[in-house]
Write a protein of this length. Structure first.
Length: 158
């Protein structure tokens, strides 16, 4: 994770770090704790724009802007509007999001899902695209601004 964070610091547009008090307040407000990857990221940057331009292809949200995906994408905080355990953590340039799924974990880390607006909240159209924030960040950085997971989704027939 440290190498990925160093790349963000050197080549992208990170925000200043979240304070320990901000992290604690976030966890209290949300009712869940940041996993080790997210804690490392937010301890170093409270959000970041990856790649150049005001319409950056990846905008990792500051803690203050992380919300339930169903509120962000459906404007309703009801079970009919989507799972309560999905949170929008990264805005993409096409009004879609990358979603953190705090309802499950892989090796102590939360998976991330494709927050495809037109298919939300159907899990078929919002598949897991990374088993950890580190895996997501590595894929995003290597893809040079493209949604790196789309080709594999197409190949799988989704």
């Amino acid at each position: 994770m440290t190498e990925l964070l160093n790349v963000v610091a050197a080549q992208h547009y990170p925000h200043p770090p979240a304070t320990a008090a901000a992290v604690e307040a976030f966890e209290h407000r949300m009712g869940w704790r940041l996993d080790p990857d997210l804690r490392a990221f937010y301890s170093r940057f409270d959000g970041a724009k990856l790649f150049r331009g005001s319409n950056a292809p990846y905008q990792i949200l500051p803690l203050a802007e992380v919300r339930r995906a169903r509120v962000v994408m459906s404007q309703a905080d009801t079970d009919a509007a989507g799972p309560a355990s999905w949170y929008a953590v990264c805005q993409l340039q096409d009004s879609n999001y990358v979603l953190l799924d705090v309802g499950q974990q892989f090796d102590g880390r939360y998976p991330l899902r494709d927050g495809y607006r037109e298919g939300f909240p159907d899990p078929y159209y919002c598949p897991v695209i990374a088993h950890s924030f580190a895996e997501f960040l590595a894929g995003a950085l290597a893809a040079a601004g493209r949604s790196y997971w789309l080709k594999s989704i197409e190949e799988e027939g989704q």
